[in-house]
Design a protein around this ligand. Structure first.
Ligand code: IPM
Ligand code: MN
Length: 406
């Protein structure tokens, strides 16, 4: 029997609502499998900072680092929650963990499930066949344009004095100037890109033609950091002759991903570009309510929906919990791989199946998918479906020509 220590960070706004649905799924897994969870829930976020003066209780970072097998995060961000230095309040939680635990890959699947309609023209339509959107975006998660903020947030989380960026004079600029360094390292690029090739190996190729391809998305015609990123991509690609290496500039890529999503299998990109294209990409999968993510390093993993805290929807029980349920699926899959736990891997497949069947049936959907169901109705329905699938696989198989009652 495997027991995993989970730290749950519900966070701001709708975060706690979607997390409550995630916990229903965890309870079902505990009830019907040999997996068990030792859960610690920690209050945190921008609203928590406004209320208490701290982003989360002291010792929380250390708890996530030293006493946790996987972290589940709801959402961080609240109107007016800005630290005196201008940084995001709650940043210690999301950015401090990404940087402080070296979660270098932000893995964001963009997959359109059968039955899901999207809203490109502000109408519910089905432009793409579901099987034609199934790509995996890997966003570098510890450097690039986020580097300074990530480092400051991690330093705050660990009680280390925060370092400010060096003063620089820019030729031709005068008066007040704000700037953000964008360092990109060989090591940071290598580990992210390697993971991209490894994921492509395990997948079925691009949905359009079945060809395994990794696309490097950058702006190497303009920035030096991207030139290094692309250079590393080319070098690493040589070790994967069976995978096709392709390159695209971020501006053109945004057009291609909307026009020909079926072309893409795995995409590797830098931090801010990955942040932006995954919000755009969510439109191809039915919206932000469907977008799940895994922040992973070699040791630690943090799993969260891509969407924010959505203050205007908070407390109404209307947002889509599926991005969180899918993030839990990614978490159980990752735990299964990290710990060579076949049962966890099987459970992760069944979570995916439960979500896919729920969507294909199309009866209980939240407003963003064209339905009228509540957050909790959708969460309960999927948890119940998972329970039934787990019961079914645990029953001994019966051969049809040997009826058991004779
Ligand atoms: C995301 C979010 C965060 C980011 C914010 C909340 C700091 O937009 O996870 O995509 O920019 O990375
Ligand atoms: Mn984002």
């Amino acid at each position: 029997m495997a027991t995993y220590r989970l730290t749950i960070l519900p966070g701001d706004g709708t975060g706690p609502e979607v997390m409550a649905e995630g916990e229903k799924l965890l309870a079902v897994i505990e009830q019907y499998t040999d997996l068990a969870f030792e859960k610690t829930t920690i209050p945190c976020g921008g609203k928590h900072w406004l209320d208490t003066g701290e982003e989360w209780p002291e010792g929380s970072f250390e708890h996530c680092r030293d006493n946790t097998d996987a972290i589940l995060l709801g959402a961080i961000g609240w109107p007016g929650a800005v630290l005196p230095n201008g940084d995001l309040a709650g940043g210690q939680v999301i950015l401090g963990l990404r940087s402080g635990l070296d979660l270098y890959a932000n893995v964001r699947p963009i997959k359109l499930y059968d039955g899901v309609l999207h809203k490109i023209h502000d109408e519910f339509t089905q432009v793409w066949e579901p099987a034609k959107v199934d790509m995996l975006v890997l966003r570098e998660n510890t450097e690039g344009l986020y580097h300074s903020l990530l480092r400051r947030s991690a330093q705050r989380a660990q009680g280390i004095e925060e370092m400010e960026d060096p003063e620089i004079e820019f030729d031709g600029l005068s008066g007040e100037v704000a700037w953000d360094p964008r360092p990109i390292s060989r090591k940071g690029s290598e580990r992210l890109i390697r993971l991209g090739f490894e994921y492509s190996r395990r997948r079925n190729g691009s949905p359009g033609d079945g060809i395994s391809r990794v696309t490097c998305v950058d702006k190497s015609n303009v920035t030096r950091g991207c030139q290094l990123f692309r250079q590393v991509f080319r070098e690493m690609g040589e070790a994967y002759p069976e995978i096709r290496c392709e390159e695209a500039y971020i501006d053109a890529f945004t057009m291609w991903m909307v026009r020909n999503p079926e072309w893409f299998d795995v995409v590797v990109t830098t931090n801010m570009f990955g942040d932006i294209v995954t919000d755009l990409g969510s439109v191809l999968q039915g919206g932000m309510g469907m977008a799940a993510s895994a922040n992973i390093g070699d040791v630690h993993g943090l799993f969260e929906p891509v969407h924010g805290s959505s203050p205007k929807h908070a407390g109404k029980d209307i947002v889509n919990p599926i991005a969180t349920l899918n993030s839990i699926q990614l978490m159980i899959e990752w735990l299964g791989m990290q710990h060579s736990d076949d049962e966890a891997l099987q459970v992760s497949d069944l979570i995916e199946q439960a979500i896919a069947e729920h969507l294909a049936e199309g009866e209980l959907l939240t407003y963003d998918l064209g339905g009228t169901a509540s957050t909790s109705e959708v969460g309960s329905a999927i948890a119940e479906r998972l329970a039934n699938l787990l019961i079914k696989v645990s029953e001994p198989a019966q051969s049809p020509d040997q009826p058991s009652d004779r």
